[in-house]
Ligand binder design. Sequence first.
Ligand SMILES: [Zn+2]
Ligand SMILES: [Zn+2]
Length: 350
Amino acid sequence: MHKTAFVWDDRYLNYSFPGNHPFKSLREAMTKKLLEERGAFHEIDIVPPKVISEELLSLIHTKEYIEFIKRKSEEGSGLLDEGDTPAFKGIFEAALIRVSGTVTAVELLQSYDHTINIGGGFHHAKRSQASGFCVFNDVALAIKLAERSFKKIALVDIDGHHGDGTQYLLYDDPKVLKVSLHMFHPRFFPGTGDEYEIGSGEGKGMTINIPLPPGTGDDMYLYAFNEIVVPKIKEFKPDLIFLLNGGDSYYEDPLVELKLSTKGYLEVVRTVHSLAHQFANGKLVMTGGGGYNYEATARIWALSIAEIAGLDFTEFETLEDCCLIASSEFVKKRVLEIVDKLKKIHGLSN
Ligand SMILES: [Zn+2]
Ligand SMILES: [Zn+2]
């Protein structure tokens, strides 16, 4: 059984930056439509988010920061960070409903195996700072709350950017294994996430960063995933897994230069899903994340949700890319070196 809940509220669509800004909620609307057209909601329950209180939000954000966002939300102009995240009217409410969705996804684990909030995944938001189109860090908050019912939680972040906000909010937390696979290159946002960032205090060794060079294709991405992430999760034996499924590791994403196809994405999702059944009694939360090729992101999310919910794939074939993408010899060599280094850092044998 893969009893699955899809958390959704039409107000998610309000979280969309105006003008030429790349972050558009069109992706979420397109995903829902793809699923609807294929009858997915006969099997998957749609559940509305329960709006959380500001008090709950202040578990991970400062009161001053929350007030700042409310003020900018009323003004509806200016910037929330150094330049990537502009304010718009109602951004506070739009961000709040989406954070609430991920919190609801955790609450729903009491009656569902798998819960999905494609409206979530704001992994760049810090304690008192917006960053990279992210206002409130839904993932860090939901994980903190999940710790009340789960002992060991693994977060697998496959967004093309380093999940810096989540990492730092949970950096010293020994109960959460934080894995991020992302493109790493000088001057590429957010600039953090090299292999030596491994956690602090009691959380030392519980952060695993897999910095990948531009041009990393399905082959080497999956190699790194299978050599590092899979054995680490097997060793940790989480009782809950979070998958932050950002669609911007896709080969035609305009902001990131990784080269995953839908086939590569699905391979990762399939593995994470199977690890959830193997160790966590099936408990799996999937959020969205980045994704600036809207059409591709919608396909990635629809296919991932079908996989997680155990829906018949044959109808979804039109959503799939034809083939896996191979990396160049140069990239292969680089990724082999990084994986070797990571094995030494994290005590994995060759
Ligand atoms: Zn399942
Ligand atoms: Zn991203």
